[in-house]
Design a protein around this ligand. Structure first.
Ligand code: INI
Length: 164
């Protein structure tokens, strides 16, 4: 039996983080946690690019475009959608999730969903560096694991990555 499982060793190649400016206090904390997670696992900051978008709804198109460049082995999407603060929570959160999934499936590049979807501001703060840890750091770990897993399985991505 062959067992495929990605580890947390630093893979070759560049990563891109797409981060939404909406609820910026939270998303900046997610970005800091994500970057810290990469650096502490051996991926230096000079191999990480960051693209800012207005809100979580805009994340998928930028994630897809970045994946299509072929410059990245993994893309991390960071945002924060708070139900109490928006009437169109379900649309923004749902479309962000489905768009991020599509960006990964359409390109073959792992695209990680690090968008917080919470009921309250307090929950969002807790998950971006307070009691609930930092989901940005978890997203970095998921990205590293997925890159290593897909490298083990082999095969190609739709847009071949260049290890620069
Ligand atoms: N975008 C978010 O990332 N989080 C939110 O909670 C949010 N709210 O509250 O509406 C939000 N809206 C903006 C949206 O993502 C788009 O930027 C906007 O609709 C323009 O397309």
């Amino acid at each position: 039996m062959t067992r495929f499982e990605g580890d947390f060793s630093p893979p070759a190649g560049r990563f891109a983080i797409v981060v939404a400016r909406f609820n910026e206090t939270v998303t900046r904390a997610l970005l800091a946690g994500c970057t810290d997670g990469f650096v502490r696992h051996g991926v230096p900051e000079d191999r990480i690019d960051v693209a800012w978008v207005p809100g979580s709804f805009e994340i998928p198109i930028v994630a897809r475009r970045l994946a299509e460049t072929g410059n990245y082995v993994g893309i991390i999407c960071l945002g924060c959608v708070i139900r109490g603060e928006t009437g169109h929570y379900d649309h923004v959160a749902g479309q962000a999730a489905s768009g991020v999934m599509q960006a990964g499936l359409n390109t073959g590049v792992p695209v990680i969903f690090g968008v917080l979807t919470t009921e309250t501001v307090e929950q969002a703060l807790n998950r971006s560096g307070l009691k609930g840890g930092n989901k940005g750091g978890e997203a970095a770990m998921a990205a590293i694991e997925m890159v290593n897993l897909l490298n083990q399985i082999g095969g190609g991505v739709t847009f071949p990555t260049r290890f620069v």
